[in-house]
Design a protein around this ligand. Structure first.
Ligand SMILES: CC(=O)SCCNC(=O)CCNC(=O)[C@H](O)C(C)(C)COP(=O)(O)OP(=O)(O)OC[C@H]1O[C@@H](n2cnc3c(N)ncnc32)[C@H](O)[C@@H]1OP(=O)(O)O
Ligand SMILES: CC(=O)C(=O)O
Length: 526
């Protein structure tokens, strides 16, 4: 098995992505997770760039990152300066990391146009900078725009790598900086570089950007052609369209491709959690369709798919989701067949009642036509099944509710909302009122007031999320409002839904389902 080094630059190139900004603590937390995952190289930032990155290199020394090596990133010395005097070089050494990663120009056009250097000057900048750092550190040379340089002037591109290796670089990393290269071009260039260094001890690496949606394919092509290090970021965050997504690289190398070993052969069961941790830390929404780790990566919706999945999961899954720490999800929608319903109700042992399955399916299709969507409203779906199966026990009956809301006044700087609810609970009639920060908050408070005496377990239930969408009804005339509420208690969370032309009524339906679901859960001891 050929070991492939994984080099993570989430904390440097990842932060060059639009909308990404990590705090110092975020960076330390991510570094720790990367170390736990068995990533070999963690590029922590650009010490010359800002104080946060400088502080990161001081703080990261206190963490146990396992075998991971922290790398500080910088560029070659400025054109008119000695390496020893260059502030960037000094900052790299001051970071006190075991490895310095230095980017240099390998495209002749960039050297002359951007740096204003002669081609020889650029080679001297690379060679001298590496040699200076190499006195104290291991050096990785990131050959910026290598593939564009190789296409424009292959001899010169190769000379830049040679200058770095002569200076003492232990790695040369070929960067598809603009992300415009094709897999066959990557393979050809990597093979040529391997040939150049066949008698020298140099690791060849690959660093791809995703501007042509080819970063994963390009990285795998490079590995096949002899690259032994892949650089990238978790979830592919990074400049413009991002870097290669290391999640997909790791999963493909470990699971799909033969003959390679990544992360020392560790299991990949933490991969999904790592991906979501980085999204959460970056304050980004998960990408549902992200291969391997996305919420939809193993979500089955089409009736024919679910029918087959029930017989053998491999009919519509390329790997077992558990291998990457993900899970299979069966969705219910108007595209469902009876198989979806059977899969989703199997815990209730209802699957043999074909007539019931058909009724549930017909009801789902009818409600979806009105704007309902049960994919993220599993609790409302469970209640629907119970109602149709005749196992639903209402814990309360809603007689009426009323909302009074208005704009700000002397007592209410943000406006006010009051709710009155009338409920039948057993033999008793409850009539309660409450104020809230808005109409839904007021309804929630009034419902709790009316129910908590009878059902004290509601005290631990919280509303976690509230989403509103406008959906078109199938009639195509009146707009319907869909409200999704996510609720939780100490050990669980559940989604409910309400649809109406009236946002308050839609919220009320979702809220009532949330309370009923919690009470059914308590009845069953869950
Ligand atoms: C491909 C990549 O992703 S490389 C990493 C890119 N990342 C970043 O740029 C983020 C961090 N960067 C920064 O914080 C700043 O750009 C700094 C601190 C590095 C430099 O800031 P400044 O000195 O103000 O320069 P500025 O960013 O405007 O321009 C870049 C300078 O570096 C020079 N330069 C660019 N690449 C190189 C290189 N490989 N070697 C030497 N000098 C270089 C440019 O010629 C320019 O110098 P000039 O102003 O003397 O013409
Ligand atoms: C080094 C780097 O980030 C690039 O060339 O894309």
């Amino acid at each position: 098995m050929r070991p492939i080094e994984i080099y993570d630059t989430t904390l440097r190139d990842g932060t060059q992505g639009e909308g990404i900004s990590f705090s110092l603590q975020d960076k330390l937390n991510i570094a720790k997770r990367l170390g736990e995952m068995g990533i070999q190289f963690i590029e922590g930032g650009y010490p010359l760039s800002n104080e946060k990155d400088t502080a990161f290199f001081q703080e990261v020394r206190k963490l146990d990152l396992g075998d991971a090596k922290v790398c500080a990133f910088g560029m070659t010395r400025r054109r008119s300066m000695k390496a020893a005097d260059d502030p960037g070089m000094k900052a790299l050494l001051a970071a006190e990391t075991p490895v310095c990663t230095m980017v240099g120009k390998s495209w002749d056009f960039q050297a002359t146009e951007v740096l204003g250097a002669t081609l020889d000057e650029n080679l001297a900048m690379i060679g001298e900078s590496v040699a200076f750092l190499k006195q104290q550190r291991d050096v990785i040379f990131d050959a910026e725009h290598f593939f564009d340089g190789w296409k424009a002037n292959p001899d010169y591109a190769m000379k830049t790598l040679d200058a770095a290796v002569q200076g003492g670089a232990g790695w040369v990393v070929l960067c598809d900086t603009n992300g415009g290269t094709l897999p066959e071009e990557v393979a050809m260039a990597v093979a040529k570089v391997k040939e150049l260094f066949k008698d020298r001890s140099v690791v060849v690496g690959i660093h791809c950007h995703n501007d042509s949606e080819l970063a994963v394919a390009n990285s795998l092509a490079a590995v096949d052609a002899g690259a032994d290090q892949v650089q990238g970021t978790i979830n592919g965050i990074g400049e413009r369209c991002g870097n290669v997504d290391l999640i997909s690289v790791i999963a493909n190398l470990a699971i799909k491709k033969k003959g390679y070993q990544v992360l020392g052969g560790r299991p990949l069961t933490q991969l999904t959690e790592l991906s979501r941790f980085v999204y959460e830390t970056a304050n980004l929404q998960w990408r549902n369709g992200q291969p391997f780790v996305g919420q939809s990566a193993f979500a089955h919706k089409g009736g024919m798919h679910v029918h087959a999945i029930n017989k053998a999961a491999s009919t519509y899954e390329h790997i077992d989701p558990a291998v990457v720490g993900n899970e299979r999800r069966i969705l219910v929608s108007e595209l469902s067949g009876r198989s979806n319903i059977i899969a989703l109700t199997s815990k209730d042992n209802l699957q043999d009642d074909k007539e019931l399955m058909n009724r549930i399916l017909a009801e789902v299709v009818r409600l979806e036509n009105q704007g309902y969507q049960f994919e993220s409203a599993g609790a409302s779906f469970d209640l629907l099944v119970k109602r149709l199966a005749g196992t639903f026990t209402a814990h309360f009956e809603t007689i009426k509710y009323r909302i009074v809301a208005g704009d700000r006044d002397a007592q209410h700087a943000d406006g006010f909302a009051e709710a009155i609810v009338k409920l039948q609970v057993g033999e008793e009639m409850w009539f309660d009122a409450a104020e809230g920060h808005g109409p839904v908050n007021a309804l929630d408070a009034a419902l709790r007031k009316a129910l908590q005496g009878t059902y004290p377990e509601l005290a631990e239930m919280r509303l976690l999320d509230f989403k509103v969408r406008v959906v078109d009804s199938s009639a195509g005339t009146a707009a319907h409002i869909r409200v999704n509420i996510e609720s939780g208690d100490s050990n669980d969370s559940w989604g409910t839904i309400g649809v109406s032309e009236n946002i308050i009524e839609a919220s009320w339906k979702a809220l009532v389902d949330a309370f009923e679901y919690k009470l059914h859960k308590s009845d069953s001891g869950a």
